[in-house]
Design a protein around this ligand. Structure first.
Ligand code: ADP
Length: 310
């Protein structure tokens, strides 16, 4: 028996305005529960729009999406969403902010957890939100999200305004809290270094689509970096990117079978894998088996879009 996926999307699309361009298009993937997933891709790839769709705040123009087996509008109690703007009341103290969290989430609020996250940053509960630095505000917003005990935590570039030390501390906190509770986390960024080592799942988004999706380890081992004297690469091998420098050549390829020829073969780093795909928009997409949608495809309602708000 398989458990319900944290997220499934099939053919998801969003077009802003009747004449606007597609921000998300033909976007399909599955995210199993309990993963810490990096949502990476260049600016304008559609990451924020996708997160808004998952949170039930952006209505899909087409396609279907399920969060914890429900339409996003119906799954709200399972989801915490930290948008880029981090909406907090500037006049509130931290204590008042956490009290609001308690009142907005009756029966679900974990007071100790929220207080612990705030205390880990050495914050004074009587401090007003408007007096806090960007990093401290992010910490309070995160305490508000995690206090809700969500099954799925969606974070839109949460670390963008933090210095590297604060980023490191907050990521550590976040991962420990999510790990303890089995919360699924999707964290978007256009800075890969921010997420490397912290995430066990990856979605690379570009032009509104998921181009790579799956366990980071599996995606890495599904590729090989070849180097050697310039030569033909076997016709059966999918070449993502190749570069020739003088008589030397390097190529990032899919490991679909034995790699012939006289190459030095190593596994790419995550950065090499992502950059090669971003530089080669024509390379085919790849989802590992766990990232292939299945529940939605099996259900007869796969073609209806449900549950979105405004
Ligand atoms: P990312 O988060 O990856 O930077 P976004 O989802 O913010 O990508 O944007 C994807 C595309 O949709 C961009 O071309 C952006 O300009 C456009 N877009 C985003 N939000 C809106 C909006 N509210 N109205 C019109 N276009 C939008």
């Amino acid at each position: 028996m398989t458990t319900t996926a944290a997220i499934e999307a099939v053919g998801l699309g969003k077009k802003y305005g009747r004449l606007g361009k597609w921000a998300v298009r033909d976007c399909s993937f599955r995210l199993p529960q309990g993963r810490i997933c990096a949502l990476v891709g260049p600016n304008g790839a559609g990451k924020s729009t996708l997160l808004g769709q998952l949170a039930g705040l952006v209505r899909p123009t087409e396609g279907a999406v399920r969060v914890m087996g429900k339409g996003p509008g119906e799954a709200r109690e399972h989801i915490a969403f930290l948008a880029q703007e981090k909406p907090l009341y500037p006049q509130f103290t931290i204590a008042e902010t956490l009290r609001m969290g308690n009142e907005l989430n009756p029966g679900r609020w974990d007071r100790e957890r929220a207080a612990r996250i705030v205390a880990d940053g050495g914050l004074d509960l009587s401090a007003k939100v408007r007096e806090l630095s960007g990093g401290q505000r992010t910490r309070v917003a995160l305490a508000l999200c995690l206090g809700k005990q969500p099954d799925l935590l969606l974070l839109d570039e949460p670390m963008a305004d933090l210095d590297p030390l604060a980023r490191h501390q907050l990521m550590g906190n976040l991962l420990a809290e999510a790990g303890d509770s089995g919360t699924t986390v999707v964290i978007s960024s256009h800075i890969l270094a921010e997420l490397e080592g912290a995430c066990d799942y990856l979605l690379l988004m570009e032009n509104g689509r998921v181009r790579l999706g799956g366990e980071t380890d599996e995606l890495l081992s599904a590729h090989a970096l070849l180097s050697g004297p310039v030569a033909e690469i076997g016709a059966d091998t999918t070449v993502v990117e190749s570069k020739v420098t003088g008589r030397h050549m390097t190529a990032l390829v899919r490991r679909e079978g034995p790699i012939g020829g006289d190459w030095e073969v190593i596994e790419p780093t995550l950065e090499e894998l992502l950059l090669a795909h971003m530089r080669s928009p024509e390379a085919p997409s790849l989802l590992t088996p766990s990232a292939e949608p299945r529940d939605l495809l099996a259900s007869t309602s796969a073609r209806t879009t449900t549950g979105a708000a405004a």
